[in-house]
Design a protein around this ligand. Structure first.
Ligand code: AMP
Length: 221
């Protein structure tokens, strides 16, 4: 099963994808995480992507496509995955269809996490991320038990460089201009599910799991 999570930055795509991945036994593929790993390792791709990311802009499609194609080719992705942060524009959605077609598969369902701008800014400006396991916390809504230490693995927590207010606003603008058009794109293909994601993350998770079960019970090809 291939699930695409859509929604603005701060909608909770990463948080949901991590738990879904565990519950469904599928890998979580986040283009943002893959890019950040490349930046941290100082690869060619990381060097090319870094400035775009720090400005809140999209990394050029061809760089992301190559990275994603390699990731899809790894053994753990052969039964499907949870895709978070991709596609981000219509071109990427078309690329995704062709990358999957070449592997004789397709998107099973798209879940749109509908989130208000107020909630997005509040979540992102307090977000803390674990350097080791990627778990997310929040300075106010979900503080770690020990200051700046991950509850899950004891790793160090940090604030992403693109989670400062000015960059958050830019990322939201990019989302509105480039990514929100995907709601219509997938709506037209009839496999889009819209969930309200302003509230409790556990309720959203249950809703997605219900959709996944319905799909598994009655897969649409
Ligand atoms: P995210 O972790 O999904 O919020 O992504 C962080 C940043 O990585 C974005 O602001 C972009 O600069 C870059 N990025 C992540 N995914 C993509 C993508 N599919 N296409 C282009 N840039 C991306």
């Amino acid at each position: 099963m291939i699930i695409v999570l859509l929604g603005p930055p701060g909608a909770g795509k990463g948080t949901q994808a991590k738990v879904l991945a565990q519950k469904l036994g599928l890998p979580h593929i986040s283009t943002g995480d893959l890019l950040r790993q490349n930046v941290a390792k100082g690869t060619d791709l990381g060097t090319q992507a870094k400035d775009f990311m720090n400005k809140g802009l999209l990394v050029p499609d061809e760089l992301v496509t190559r990275m994603l194609d390699e990731r899809f080719g790894l053994a753990d992705a052969k039964n499907g995955f949870i895709l978070d942060g991709y596609p981000r524009n219509i071109n990427q959605a078309e690329v995704l269809d062709s990358l999957l077609e070449k592997r004789n598969t397709s998107v099973s369902m798209v879940v749109y996490l509908d989130t208000s701008e107020k909630v997005v800014i509040q979540r992102l400006s307090g977000r803390l991320v674990c350097r080791l396991c990627g778990a997310n916390f929040h300075l106010i809504n979900m503080p770690p038990r020990v200051k700046m230490i991950c509850d899950e693995c004891g790793g160090e927590l940090y604030q992403r460089t693109d989670d400062k207010e000015e960059t958050i606003r830019k990322r939201l603008q990019v989302y509105l201009e480039e990514t929100s058009g995907l709601i219509k794109y997938y709506g037209d293909k009839r496999n889009l599910h819209r969930l309200s994601a302003d509230g409790d993350k556990d309720i959203v998770l249950q809703e997605i799991l219900t959709l996944a079960k319905e799909y598994n019970d009655n897969p649409k090809v």
